[in-house]
Design a protein around this ligand. Structure first.
Ligand SMILES: Nc1ncnc2c1ncn2[C@@H]1O[C@H](COP(=O)(O)OP(=O)(O)OP(=O)(O)O)[C@@H](O)[C@H]1O
Length: 249
């Protein structure tokens, strides 16, 4: 598919370096990564274990700080924000989906979805939330508690929660890690649909080629460096690309 609109960048890192520890035990988790995540697209970050995927996501999302380089959400450089502004930015402009669903067991599905808005004292956009409930297919479960739902349904609640405040970017870290392949596929389809239908940006970390194939584009990390990008991925193409990392050079 071609597009004539110039893609806006929703999030990016420039010359990102992240070193954990110091001296002999220092680990260079990111070694000069520059990557942009276009607005309105679903991008997967792939790479072997230890390649820096989670570190990249955490630094891009303002959950961790870079050793050097810069991370931006829209036009905002995260390194220039004090803790309070960074917290507000994460709350108001970013959504998160993690491997563990992190729902509040005492609240209903509906209450879980609007929890971040309620905590922020925001009412949110009722039409937006109503539409989201249909996107994630939870209309008949709104008054259930998380324990009454399957794992896949719980993660769908977490996806709706992540999108509820109309964030600019939703970051997902191995969102299907705790799901069987069928529910995992549903959640991934949903992430893609939510990105397209709500024109939001989704950035997902995964080590699973099948999961990555749901994205519009895959970026590949190896040893803390960006080594490739692939548009219109398929599981086979992603798997082939991953195999190349395992061949000793
Ligand atoms: N808090 C930390 N302290 C020290 N080293 C860390 C820390 N977090 C990550 N690392 C190291 O940084 C490197 C990159 O880790 P990261 O978790 O980003 O990789 P990953 O690609 O997400 O791996 P996986 O697929 O196994 O989750 C690894 O060598 C890891 O051991």
């Amino acid at each position: 598919m071609t597009t004539t609109t110039l893609a806006r960048t929703a999030a990016r890192v420039v010359d990102a370096v992240k070193v954990y520890g110091s001296g002999d035990t220092a680990v260079r988790a990111l070694d000069g990564v520059s990557v942009d995540f276009p607005a309105g697209r679903f991008t997967a970050i792939m790479g072997p274990s230890g390649s820096g995927k989670s570190t990249l996501m955490h630094c891009a999302a303002g959950l961790d700080t870079l050793t050097s380089g810069a991370a931006h959400i829209g036009d905002t450089e995260l390194g220039r924000l004090d803790d309070r502004r960074l917290t507000l930015l994460r709350r108001d402009r970013i959504g998160f989906v993690f491997q563990a669903f992190n729902l509040v067991p005492t609240l209903t599905v509906a209450e879980n979805i609007t929890l971040p808005l309620d905590l922020a004292g925001r009412r949110g956009d009722p039409e937006w939330i109503d539409a989201l409930i249909d996107v994630v297919g939870l209309r008949d479960r709104l008054h259930h508690r998380p324990t009454e739902l399957s794992g896949g349904q719980q993660q769908r609640v977490a996806v709706a929660r992540a999108f509820a405040g109309r964030p600019e970017v939703v970051f997902a870290d191995e969102p299907t890690g705790n799901l069987d392949s069928r529910s995992g596929g549903e959640v991934l389809g949903l992430l893609g649909r939510a990105a397209r239908e709500t024109e939001r940006t989704v950035v997902m970390v995964t080590h699973d080629p099948v999961a990555a194939a749901h994205a519009d584009e895959v970026v590949f990390l190896a040893d803390g460096r960006l080594v490739d990008r692939m548009t219109a991925p398929t599981a086979d193409k992603v798997l082939d690309r991953m195999k190349a990392f395992e061949v000793p050079s």
